[in-house]
Design a protein around this ligand. Structure first.
Ligand code: SAH
Length: 335
C-alpha cells in the first residue's frame, strides 16, 4: 500500500482506540499545556465576530482532541458577549468523541466538513489536525520519481519505491532533486481545506489553522512516529504510535484561495500569540494566582519561545469575502 494509505489506516486505528494526549499518553498539544492557548483563540474569534457586526455563527473545530481548546476559547468568548449558535465538532474517533462530549455536552459531532450545517457563518479552528492526515511520499530513484510503498520484507515493514513512474506528480521546481530525495503531497488535507473554504465563501466566516509546518514546496521526509513522548520507527508498530507529518501551509493556502477566499500568514505561533496579547493574559493570571506565577510563565514560554513551540508551529487564517481581516498577522494582507 502507499505511505498515504498506511498513515490513514494506522492513525485511524490509533485515534479510534485511545485518548493519546497528556503526560500519561503519547504526546502533548498546546491547549493541554496551557489554558492561555485556547483563550487567545477565543479572543481572536470574539474580535473578528465583533468587527463582522456580531452575526449569528457556529463554532466548528476539526479534530478537537479532549475539547480543551474549545472549552477555554468558548469561556473567554462568552465573557466578551460572543456566544455561538452551536458547537460542531468534526471528529472520527469514538474514544475522543466521548471525551469531547463530557466537556462539551451540547456539541454536535460530524464525520466530515460537508456534513456541517450551512445556515449560518462558521468559525472553524484546526489545531494539530492536518498533521495527522495522510501524505503521499515520492522518492527519486535512478529510474526517476516513484511513489513510496509500505511493504513487508525480512519480517518487518519498510517504505520502498513502487513500480510506476511518478515524475508528473512532483512539483516542477522539485523534480531535479538528487537520488534519494523525498517529496510529500497531501491531497486529503488540500481537499478538506478547500471544502472548508467553499463553505466559508458560501456561508461566511473564517478559519484558523495551527500546526507545525513549512511554506512549501520543499523536499524532505517529515513522517514521524511518537510513542510515550519519544520518537519511534513509523513502520514498526502500526496503529500503536502517533504518525504525523509537517504541514505545507502554501498548499493549504492555495487550496483555500482556489475556493475564492483570502488567507493570512502563516506567521509563527510565538508571534501570533504575542500579537493577540498572551503576555497581558499571563500577567492577569499570575496576579490572580501568585503561587502559580512561575508555572504560568513556564507555560507561556513553551508556547511562545523559539526553542520550544514558538517557531516550528505556524498560524494561518482564511476568511470569507466581506468578513474583516483577522487579527495577529501583521500589516501585510494577501489578496
Ligand atoms: N486539536 C487537539 C487534538 C490534536 S490530535 C489538540 O490540539 O489537543 C488530532 C485530532 O484529530 C484528534 O482529535 C483525532 O481523533 C482527530 N482526527 C484525526 N484524523 C481525523 C480525520 N480524518 N477526521 C476527523 N478527525 C480526525
Amino acid at each position: 500500500m502507499t505511505v498515504a494509505d498506511f498513515i490513514a489506516a494506522a492513525n485511524g486505528y490509533y485515534y479510534a482506540t485511545r485518548d493519546p494526549l497528556g503526560a500519561a499518553g503519547d504526546f502533548i498539544t498546546a491547549p493541554e499545556i496551557s489554558q492561555m492557548f485556547g483563550e487567545m483563540i477565543g479572543i481572536w474569534i470574539a474580535d473578528l465576530w465583533h468587527r463582522a457586526g456580531n452575526p449569528a455563527f457556529r463554532y466548528v473545530e476539526l479534530g478537537p482532541g479532549r475539547g480543551t481548546l474549545a472549552v477555554d476559547a468558548l469561556r473567554v468568548m462568552a465573557q466578551l458577549g460572543c456566544t455561538p449558535q452551536g458547537v460542531h465538532l468534526v471528529e472520527t474517533s469514538p474514544a475522543l468523541r466521548a471525551a469531547q462530549l463530557s466537556r462539551l455536552p451540547a456539541a454536535k459531532h460530524h464525520d466530515e466538513v460537508d456534513a456541517l450545517p450551512d445556515d449560518a457563518p462558521l468559525i472553524i479552528v484546526a489545531n494539530e489536525f492536518f498533521d495527522a492526515l495522510p501524505v503521499h511520499q515520492y522518492i527519486r530513484t535512478t529510474a526517476g520519481w516513484r511513489e513510496r510503498m509500505v511493504e513487508g520484507a525480512d519480517g518487518k515493514l519498510a517504505a520502498v519505491p513502487g513500480d510506476i513512474p511518478a515524475d508528473d506528480t512532483i512539483p516542477v521546481m522539485l523534480r531535479a532533486g538528487g537520488e534519494g530525495s523525498i517529496v510529500e503531497t497531501a491531497p486529503v488535507s488540500a481537499a478538506i481545506m478547500q471544502r472548508c473554504a467553499f463553505r466559508l465563501a458560501r456561508c461566511g466566516g473564517a478559519m484558523l489553522v495551527i500546526d507545525y509546518g513549512y511554506s512549501g514546496p520543499a523536499a524532505g521526509d517529515t513522517l514521524q512516529a511518537v510513542k510515550a513522548h519519544r520518537f519511534a520507527d513509523p513502520f514498526a508498530d502500526p496503529g500503536e504510535v502517533d504518525l504525523t507529518t509537517h504541514v505545507d501551509f502554501t498548499a493549504l493556502a492555495d487550496a483555500a484561495r482556489s475556493a475564492g477566499i483570502r488567507t493570512e500568514g502563516p506567521v509563527s505561533q510565538g508571534a501570533w500569540l504575542r500579537a493577540l496579547g498572551i503576555d497581558a493574559r499571563l500577567n492577569a493570571l499570575a496576579s490572580a494566582s501568585p503561587g502559580r506565577a512561575d508555572e504560568l510563565a513556564g507555560q507561556r514560554d513553551r508556547l511562545v519561545d523559539a526553542q520550544a513551540m514558538g517557531e516550528l508551529f505556524k498560524v494561518m487564517a482564511a476568511s470569507a469575502p466581506g468578513w474583516p481581516r483577522p487579527e495577529g498577522f501583521g500589516a501585510k494582507a494577501t489578496a
